[in-house]
Design a protein around this ligand. Structure first.
Ligand SMILES: *Cc1c(COP(=O)(O)O)cnc(C)c1O
Length: 336
């Protein structure tokens, strides 16, 4: 089973008017730095503050009226998306997550009318409760990334970018479970086969990167990260996103916590955009010289649902404590 361009066009019709048509804007700073046009697809402007509403809406819309409710394991944004989409359909939603998820994200989901259950220190532990809801209560689980409707929904970002800018040469896409990158790459390459798609993850706990290298799903230890939205495994029974990422991604690049920190500062000070660590990994990869993309380039600013305590420390150049990890702060120096 693979997600096709036709599936992504169908998803675009489902989400129209609610989760689509986010702005694609140039970053003058990144364009100057790279010497080519550098565009930002502002998914932080979605009603839930992240792109995950696209996939969640498409998946919830595909359910029958007799489903008692939906559930998922989520680092936050997928949970928000599922909560929002379920509320729109008048369906019950129970979101399960690990204790590593920032409180701001838990509160955000509750505010959308969903129930939240926090269990354990990893997504795998939260999964046990989701499995129980499915097995004992008949809930339907919506995977954050390994579901054809979710991947097709995320792929609508690729449709929108390529419709606006058919001349895009490189797409730099934040990469965790790979639903976003798989969907965007499927759409973009179906429209323009020569486009390069590069996935970007943080260097600790990059499950898709490890799995692509091993040729099968691999479990990696989870670490607290500024890019908390990129945490979690790809599922040992991964059906779709691993195969699609293997086929469609030209490269995967990893960035450090310090590089993510600097990229968050840069996007804030230079473009005045507030974005999560997981959103800025493409900027981190370019600013650190790990990628020198051919332009025009586009990246997805995937979400804005960050912990404001952490963000104000980053803006102020202070150290950030994440679990037992300290990210060393540095005041932002404007590029001259
Ligand atoms: C989920 C998420 C990602 C990664 O998407 P995957 O489909 O899991 O690869 C990136 N950024 C943000 C803000 C997210 O919520």
């Amino acid at each position: 089973m693979q997600v096709t361009l036709a599936d992504i066009h169908a998803a675009a019709r489902v989400i129209r008017g609610v989760a689509d048509a986010t702005p694609l804007v140039p970053s003058p700073f990144m364009s100057a730095r790279t010497g080519t046009e550098f565009l930002l697809k502002l998914e932080n402007m979605q009603p839930i503050g992240a792109f995950k509403l696209r996939g969640a809406m498409n998946a919830v819309a595909a359910l029958g009226d007799d489903a008692p409710g939906v559930t998922c394991v989520s680092t936050g944004n997928h949970g928000r998306g599922v909560a929002y989409a379920a509320a729109q359909r008048g369906m019950r939603a129970i979101i399960c997550m690990s204790e590593l998820v920032p409180q701001a994200k838990v509160d955000g989901i509750k505010a959308l009318g969903a129930e939240v259950r926090t269990i354990g220190k990893s997504q795998d532990e939260a999964q046990v409760e989701t499995d129980r809801l499915v097995g004992e209560e008949g809930f339907v689980e919506i995977s954050p990334f390994d579901d054809p409707h979710v991947i097709a929904g995320q792929g609508t970002i690729g449709l929108e970018i390529m419709a606006a800018r058919p001349d895009i040469e490189t797409l730099l896409i934040p990469l965790s479970g790979g639903g976003l990158a798989a969907g965007i790459a499927r759409a973009a390459k179906a429209i323009r086969p020569e486009v390069k798609v590069i996935g970007i993850s943080m260097d600790r706990g990059a499950a898709m990167h490890a799995s692509l290298q091993a040729g099968r799903p691999v479990e990696v230890p989870e670490f607290a990260s500024l890019a908390d939205s990129l945490g979690g495994g790809i599922g040992m029974q991964n059906r779709l996103s691993l195969a699609m990422c293997r086929e469609l991604l030209d490269e995967v690049v990893l960035v450090t916590e310090e590089e993510i920190y600097h990229a968050m500062q840069t996007l804030y000070y230079e473009d005045r955009i507030v974005a999560e660590g997981g959103s800025v990994v493409a900027l981190a990869a370019v600013l650190s010289g790990r990628v020198s993309p051919r332009g025009p380039v586009a990246t997805t600013i995937t979400g804005r649902n960050l912990d404001m305590g952490v963000f104000t420390r980053v803006v102020a150049g202070q150290d950030v404590q994440l679990g037992d990890v300290t990210v060393t702060g540095r005041a932002y120096e404007a590029a001259s």
